[in-house]
Write a protein that binds this ligand. Sequence first.
Ligand code: DON
Length: 321
Amino acid sequence: MADLQHIVEEIVAEMAAATERGRIADYIPDLAKVDPARFGMAVVDAEGREYVAGDHATRFSVQSIAKVFSLTMALGMVGDALWRRVGREPSGTAFNSIVQLETEHGIPRNPFINAGAIVVADVLLARHEPREAIAEFLRFVRQLVGDATIVIDHEVARGEEATGFRNVALANYMRAFGNVHQPVEKVLGTYFHQCALAMDCRQLALAGRYLMAGGVNPATGRSVVTAQRARRILALMLTCGHYDASGDFAFSVGLPGKSGVGGGILAIAPGSASIAVWSPGLDSKGNSLLGRRALERLVRHTGWSVFEAGGGPLRTGASRG
Ligand code: DON
């Protein structure tokens, strides 16, 4: 589909020229060093074709996008029992907020806010030491992508271990409610290492293929999760994947998506495409400013919004309203 390659290149050129690029996350020491001029994009379609442009081959810190993969693993381990410990509602609060935990008895609103992902990390640790849980997580992601070169950036993880006081507070607070079972240091060590997963746009888009394809990794034909579970993960991405900007992301892009403070976004057009964008500058809610704008453009050209009537086919030419 040559047209799609052209669209992706056009979007990347437009984003390269943007002057307002957002602010880099600097609360994690290593992220502050990234060049804000970077922009990458990769689209993998249902037939396995790849469309890439810009800095698509530069690895970045996926941060909270890793929460999609850790949630998938935790559901595989404990199934729906997870929902006794984590909710499925948008929080309407910042990704690192603590306020709701008091009145809601240490049960985080959803698995994509930090508190929810910390509980998920606790679940992944139930049968393991952190080193094994992290290795298993990395193995899982490498399998999704089909790429054994993917690594975790231990410097990023260490930097966050030294400065992640809010996460320490969240974990201790939930432990006090009995919703974190393992020692807090171990849970956070696991969580920080998951967030420090480094991938480029192409690898990230490949990792998301199972969500595009009803739970099956199209490269191997193997089921990663059931079709129902894939739908549910997508529902959570749509409603909670951008924290207190999730409504706005659904409004302007119309795809299930998950952002990270490294500036990446993974977005899924069910049945059509797995898409990764990366631009390190963030908006005031901690989501990639130009990443979102690029996805808006892409959806306008392709008709991939999940709200598109009869949607799906790639349409080019005149911009759609
Ligand atoms: O826990 C943190 O604060 C980071 N490791 C991840 C936060 C994040 O990516 C939020 N997303 N926009």
